[in-house]
Design a protein around this ligand. Structure first.
Ligand code: KG4
Ligand code: ZN
Length: 348
């Protein structure tokens, strides 16, 4: 093989046990075991259930990844693992497993930030990242706008959600509409039959004063409440709820704000590449509107395929491989987990 680093990445920050193997900028395998079905009846991820599921899935998932990639563990150059942010117990399972592998194989370990990994994964999809890149991460746990001069050590936060994450808003509104968890894909599907200008839902933090103080921050809890009130009013009046129209109008409010702020950030920071990642990047209307607005602004849009947008191990391996390639020092073997790891800290 070439002198490109061969890195195995482990991701356990939420309910996905992800193991990926990357060779330089090439994805060899991306293996996932998800406990999402065990959480569905609770309408959200139950941390202890997730930790236990990671424990059970870890060894079989590592074995499957190596088998499918035709890689022997001893051939790896490094192990990378998500050290935060995420659910404390879930992170511990991944980091302990990575440490065990690193010790047993005598390989370096890289504890990396989950959010920077969401950015780095696009390298295995669309090639090297232009420096700087603007990145918008939207998932069930995070909504952030990041200026990324170098994904291995310089990630700057321009703004983030002040309350609910974008995906969380999708999940909560889905519940109000009687759609299953996780709600994002169901709203996306229902919205295709609906009218996105049927109801004028609020666009959080977009008025003049808000833009002064929270230029690149997001807020979705007011929108969620507005949808719930609108639905309640209809129900109380004994009228039926037009689910498709509500879904389409709600979705439009979210993606309008996200794309507007992302492109404003590109313009003001003079960046001509926008990357969108995280589970909500799978949303068809977000992709379409982002493309439309990027085209108009002369910005190149990069969105990884949906399986690489949601949590996975390949993204951790991709960032680890960049770290090795750029000659960054490995983490200490005593590296901690950090459930609230700041986005600006790329490596633990
Ligand atoms: O990145 P992810 O798999 O996990 C984390 O939260 O880190 O994102 C999951 C979130 C959920 O809230 C889910 O409803 C949302 O992404 N999601 C979507 C779509 N697919 C997944 N939201 C809107 N439209 C979609 N098509
Ligand atoms: Zn994530």
């Amino acid at each position: 093989m070439s002198d490109q680093p061969l890195v195995l990445g482990i991701e356990t920050s939420c309910d996905e046990t992800g193991v990926g193997i990357v060779h330089g900028e090439t994805l060899l395998v991306d293996t996932i075991a998800s406990s999402v079905e065990e959480h569905a009846r609770f309408g959200g991820v139950v941390p202890e259930v997730a930790s236990r599921a990671h424990l059970e899935a870890m060894v079989p998932t590592i074995e499957r990844a190596c088998r499918e990639a035709g890689v022997a563990l001893r051939d790896l150059d490094a192990i990378a693992v998500t050290s935060g942010p995420g659910l404390a117990g879930a992170l511990l399972v991944g980091v302990a497993s990575a440490k065990a592998l690193a010790v047993a194989l005598d390989k370096p370990i890289y504890g990396v930030n989950h959010l920077a990994s969401h950015v780095a994964v696009d390298i295995v999809e669309h090639g090297p990242l232009p420096e700087p890149t603007m990145a918008m991460l939207v998932s069930g746990g995070h909504s952030s706008l990041l200026l990324v001069p170098d994904v291995t050590h310089d990630v700057r936060s321009l703004g983030a959600t002040m309350d609910d994450a974008a995906g969380e808003a999708f999940d909560k509104v889905a519940r109000v509409l009687g759609l299953p968890f996780p709600g994002g894909p169901h709203i996306d599907r229902a919205a295709r039959e609906g009218n996105r200008i049927a109801i004028d839902f609020p666009r959080g933090l977009t008025t003049g004063r808000d833009l002064e103080r929270h230029r690149f921050d997001f807020s979705f809890s007011g929108l969620k409440t507005a949808v719930a009130r609108w639905v309640e009013t209809r129900q109380r009046a004994g009228e039926s709820v037009p689910v498709a129209d509500v879904a389409a109008s709600f979705q439009e409010a979210v993606v309008d704000v996200l794309t507007r702020k992302a492109l404003l950030a590109c313009k003001e920071h003079d960046v001509d590449h926008l990357l969108i990642g995280g589970g909500v990047a799978a949303n068809s209307r977000l992709r379409a509107l982002a493309q439309e607005r990027c085209d108009k602004a002369g910005v190149t849009l990069r969105v990884p395929r949906p399986a690489l947008c949601t949590d996975n191990g390949a993204m951790v391996a991709a960032l680890g491989a960049q770290m090795v390639a750029k000659g960054r020092d490995p983490s200490d073997l005593g590296l901690p987990t950090d459930s609230s790891m700041p986005v600006t800290l790329v490596q633990a």
